[in-house]
Design a protein around this ligand. Sequence first.
Ligand SMILES: NC(=O)c1ccc[n+]([C@@H]2O[C@H](COP(=O)([O-])OP(=O)(O)OC[C@H]3O[C@@H](n4cnc5c(N)ncnc54)[C@H](OP(=O)(O)O)[C@@H]3O)[C@@H](O)[C@H]2O)c1
Length: 328
Amino acid sequence: MAEPASVPLRVAIVGSGGMAVARAERIAARSDMQLVTIAGRNPDTRAALATRFGVEHTHDWKSTVARSDVDAVIVATHPDTHAPMGAAALAAGKHLFSESPLALTTLDAVRLLRLADQRGLVIRVGHTSPLRPGPRLVREQVAALGGALHDDLVMHFPFDLRAGRDAGFDQRISGHPLVYAILLGYPAIYARGPITHIAAAATMEPAGHAFDRAVAVVNLRFRDGGLATITYRRGFDGDSESGRTVICRQGVVDFSEAADHIGITDADGGRMLLIPDGDPWNDELSEFVAAIREGRPMSVSAHEAARVVDIIDAARRAADAGSAFAEI
Ligand SMILES: NC(=O)c1ccc[n+]([C@@H]2O[C@H](COP(=O)([O-])OP(=O)(O)OC[C@H]3O[C@@H](n4cnc5c(N)ncnc54)[C@H](OP(=O)(O)O)[C@@H]3O)[C@@H](O)[C@H]2O)c1
């Protein structure tokens, strides 16, 4: 039974790192959500976060996700824990907001979808990258220029020499580098339609679970004939830029992660468009609440989030096979 809109959705957050803080800040500013408790393994960061927002905290995520005074759980931990924590929350009858990815394997993603379907619960995955104002503007302009022929997206973290333990450099925690190639390259995939071919390659140094640097490259072909190349680099020194060049049927769109504008080149010449302000992290929460309360569709459905896991899985297999893989 849907709750009246005036009753806030009571939320528990699992994790107390960067995204837990980002979501908690937004929840605190909303009247339709209420933060109830925080569960995390890090006693310092979880206590600081809980104190800041005046809520309880505990190390015990299992009992937290089953609390009777919690309607929804935000899983803001590292990728290795998303599937088990998400499954426990759904099994306890809670709506699930999971940071990306939904899971690290297709099997786990399908299990989560099934659990949610059986219990009539909403799953939202925080696939924020295509919802940021820059990528949104790029998408509009690409459509106005007749669609993409080739989207060349580069994610290169500047001054990224590995210092100490970092989850992003450990495959046991964050998965293969191709996981983040697809997650951060998702703006080049979002709303492009079915993928018909995928080829991928990755290299890590040293080879093994934990690496110091990695490069992952994914080549995609879509059903409409358009192409995309996603390049993801971690662990290199220097001030390199991340961005995109989208070659369209009637022009070119340029986007740099560091700029406040995008560039358009078409038959009328070159011009710049200012990127508007926006808060996609809050927009995702609004969509989550509206899906629970009013059954509204979300810009990234649970099935689309599971498809992202399928794409990651296909990229892994393509890289292992050293050749192209078709049809997703
Ligand atoms: N939507 C977006 O724009 C966006 C942006 C960045 C990241 N993300 C996603 O958000 C997720 C978290 O990223 P982040 O940047 O917030 O990472 P982070 O700052 O490292 O935070 C992760 C948190 O999860 C905790 N944690 C990990 N394993 C746990 C466990 N087994 N039990 C309890 N707590 C556990 C960590 O505790 P410790 O302090 O002990 O490690 C830490 O508090 C990732 O899946 C990432 O892909 C999304």
